[in-house]
Design a protein around this ligand. Sequence first.
Ligand code: FES
Length: 187
Amino acid sequence: MQNDPDATGAASSPPARRDFLKQGCAACLAVAAVGAPAVVGTRVFLDPLTRLKTVETFVKVTTVDTLPEDGTPMQFPVLADRRDAWTKFTQVPIGAVFLQRQSKDKLLALSVVCPHAGCFVDYEEEKQGFLCPCHNSLFTKDGKLKEEQSPSPRPLDTLEVQVRNKNEVWVRYQDFQLGITEKKPVA
Ligand code: FES
């Protein structure tokens, strides 16, 4: 029988490559099998962090005696407790609100968020109203649209406000959907 080293080499090389490829594919599948659940698991693990929920509905914002008696709106941060699946975060900022006295016993609370695309409006004393710096929507002092052709599709969003214990101002802070004429809370 003839012993041809070239023939032996030619015969053994392809199975070696096949083995190598098989091992490589097995390794890829193993990584995919372990990696995919790991990625999904990480997302499931982190997901509650991205879904913080506000614990309270009404939050104490300030006291009545801090508000100017002439009705000038003042901006206040809104702090509230929030929680995810595991942790409660106390007194974190969730937004801001403009408060003003409309009469001795009546307060008005307006969201600072422009209903057009969500920029924060500023109160302009000389204009006696609110201006959105992003696309120049103008609102009256009580939040109504100043111009018919306004980028904002609706007035500023009012928020429920209560006076508790004679002096505490509590606001029910909510986010509303942007870019629509109706005032609809974000689900
Ligand atoms: S975001 Fe206010 S006018 Fe566009």
